[in-house]
Design a protein around this ligand. Structure first.
Ligand SMILES: [Zn+2]
Length: 306
């Protein structure tokens, strides 16, 4: 099943050098989740051919403009496009009144239900759970309350053993994939392990932006297949990173190494860097499976143990 991340914006507060504000698309199967929604996100979603009506939920990490100022425009566009299905929004506490004020002032009455939930103040809290995926929170270290998110596949169904399929009535197959045993007409029982193979382990993606170096998050990031971590500065600006509660690329790589993740994506690059080569080099020296995100590029999850 498809599990990929598309980076729509790799810039920090100041858009520069062709880098846009933060926005990331998580594709899982046919579902689309949007994480952060900086200015112009809806145009970049269109450029990437993302189907707006497939967006199931939007997650906003914090209320710095480069992470959410595209949200009102996108919500209005969904309304104009005739969306009727509910949209889940996971947001910082003060965003809901901001949205309500905007809709009131513009006399906009959305056609679709907006289901708004406030981001938790603790890490490891499950905020969304479906049959396909679950999302938990990360409390990041930033100048305003800031939340990261871990997307982890819900336990997939077991697979029927090919040699046993003929013995399993069609109407029983779904229940057996879910773990049931099979009672035969003579009263004997075939156990589930005799009928099925274990599914592959669930894959996971973690999103950490914006944050200072936060090693207390390591237990929540342990073994994730892909980690997106902000890397606003290179080592030459480590003091500035600390002051502004951002990370250096080396700190992001240290987090990836210590959490034993599969792959590290770097983003949120300061406008002072025309090229991200130096940041990437500093990260690679610590964690070899590092990629500096490119605008509009899509990255498939690779299992952490591969
Ligand atoms: Zn910020």
């Amino acid at each position: 099943m498809r599990f990929e991340v598309t980076t729509l914006g790799t810039g920090a507060a100041l858009p520069a050098h062709g880098r846009n504000h933060s926005a990331h698309v998580v594709h899982h199967g046919d579902d689309v989740y949007l994480v952060d929604c900086g200015e112009g996100t809806q145009e970049r979603l269109r450029q990437q051919g993302v189907k707006f009506q497939r967006i199931k939920a939007i997650f906003i990490s914090h209320l710095h403009g480069d992470h959410y100022l595209g949200l009102m425009g996108l919500l209005s566009t969904l309304h104009l496009l005739g969306r009727q299905q509910p949209l889940q929004l996971f947001v910082p506490e003060m965003l809901e009144p901001l949205l309500q004020l905007h809709f009131k002032a513009s006399r906009t009455y959305l056609r679709y239900p907006l289901q708004v939930a406030v981001n938790p103040t603790e890490s490891g809290i499950c905020i969304m759970q479906s049959t396909q995926i679950q999302v938990t929170s990360l409390v990041l270290r930033h100048r305003v309350p800031c939340t990261g998110f871990v997307f982890k596949e819900s336990l997939p169904l077991r697979k029927l053993r090919p040699e046993m399929v003929a013995q399993i009535p069609l109407y029983k197959r779904q229940a057996i994939k879910a773990g049931e045993d099979l009672q035969l007409p003579d009263g004997s029982v075939l156990t589930n392990t005799a009928l099925t193979l274990a599914p592959p382990p669930p894959r996971s993606f973690a999103y950490c932006s914006d944050t200072a170096y936060a090693p207390e998050l390591l237990p929540h990031l342990q073994g994730v297949d892909m980690l997106y971590h902000e890397a606003t500065f290179a080592n030459d600006m480590a003091a500035r990173a600390k002051e502004t509660m951002h990370s250096t690329a080396a700190q992001a790589a240290t987090m990836a190494r210590d959490a034993k993740v599969g792959q590290l994506l770097l983003g949120h690059f300061s406008g002072r860097y025309r090229s991200t080569d130096a940041l990437l080099a500093e990260a690679l020296a610590i964690f070899p499976s590092t990629i500096a995100c490119q605008e509009g590029a899509t990255y498939a999850l690779r299992r952490a143990d591969q």
